[in-house]
Structure formats: C-alpha cells, structure tokens
Ligand binder design. Sequence first.
Ligand SMILES: [Zn+2]
Length: 260
Amino acid sequence: MATNSPRNNLLRIVQQRQYTQSQRAESAKSVYRYMLTNSRFVRTGNFRDICSSDLGLLFQITDECFFEGEVGRLCEQQANRPLAFRLSTRMTSAGGMTTMQTSNHLRNPTTEFEIAIATTPLFATFSHEPTAVVSGVICQDRLEALQRIMEHEMVHLIEMMLWKDSNCSAKPFKNIVKRFFGHTASNHQLLTPRDVARKRLGILPGDQVTFTAEGQNLKGHVNRITKRATILVPTPQGTLYDDGRRYQKYYVPLNRLKRA
Ligand SMILES: [Zn+2]
C-alpha cells in the first residue's frame, strides 16, 4: 500500500499525534464556534432542534480540526455510500451508535457506515440540569455534550475502518479518546427517560401508577421505561405474564403518569 494512502495517513495521525490540553481545548472551542455560525439549527449552545445534516457538519469540522480530514477521506475510500448520519429518538440510554454494515455478495461486496446520535437524553438533560458529564468531561450545554458524543462515535468509526473492530471499553480506544479529546470515560451521565421519571416524577419501574387512556382512569404498575413507560394493568382478558396474572399493556408518555 502506498505510504500516503488515506489509511496510512489516518493511522499515522491516530497513533502518533499528541495534543496538549490547551491545544485540545482550543480545537474543541473552534468546532463549537464553527457549529454556531454554520449549522442549520444549532444556533445556541442549548439548541432546541437539530437535523441530520448538522451532524454531518459537526463530523466534518471535527475531522478537519483533529484528523486533518483523513477520517472522511478513508471513509469515502472504504464505503460504497457516503457516511450516513441519523438522529435517533428510539435510543434512550446510549448517547450514540456507530455501525458498519457489510454484505458479502460475491460480485458486489459493499460496506456502509452510519453514525446515529440519540436525541432523547441530549434534549432531556439540559432542560432539567445546567451541566452534564459526557465521556468523563463536564459539559456546559447541549452542543458541548453533542461534541463529546460525536468525538466518541468518530473513534468507533476510525477503529472500524483501521482494524475492522471497535470496543470502547478496551485500552486502545481509551488511549485514542484520551489523547485527542481528553475523554476519561466511555459513558455519559445524560438523563435517560428513566432518570427523568425518577427525578422529576419520583417514579421507578415496579411502582403503581395511574393514567388515563381511551377516556378511562387506569391503574397499573410500571414494567419498563424507555421513551415511554410500559404499564401493565391487571385485566381478566389480558395476556398471561410470568407472575401468573393477566395484564393489558399500555405505552404511556411519562408526563401522563401519576404515582398511585
Ligand atoms: Zn462506545
């Protein structure tokens, strides 16, 4: 392989580059400022709306500032489609997710990459709390938190492209995110719907709750909390559950629940 192939360029940067803490902070700040000026919806630190092209922009500028644009170049070379960006309302505990899809059709093997960012925890968090810790870094607003998530997902993409595999609980990943972005953890402490239910409504899985559905006042217990809560209401005609009782299942938005 040529020494200046996108793969070798990225490999060299990822393995050798050292940033000081102030260089890192400076680069992160310029990404922040660039987003406020150039993105479609992200016009303030605590933006209230975002679109997938804003994610594309954030990826691009982060790539330019930290990896000389080599992540995007290698992706273009390895993938059969442009890198896809998706906002997910369904992921409620992970901050983001990067996937590589390959198909091994003999005649036409393809590879595609996608970065998905979860909007639910991102939007919940800065409505209720002034700061949040993401990847071990204190974030003052939604844009800072989004940057940390994108940085994390970008390193997943880098590892997938360079080594086919990526694992954020393993040492090599931790080493890269630390050197480039100062991350000290692989998780976030953004509010999940479960946290919101607990903190704001005092509701935990297992609790008895009341709610209205189809004009009736119903009472049941919380089985699960994702974007909405799953409530099981005892009903003779319902489905038989492991506890030997019959329930009908309701999906209820959190703000419509009251503790019984
Ligand atoms: Zn991860």
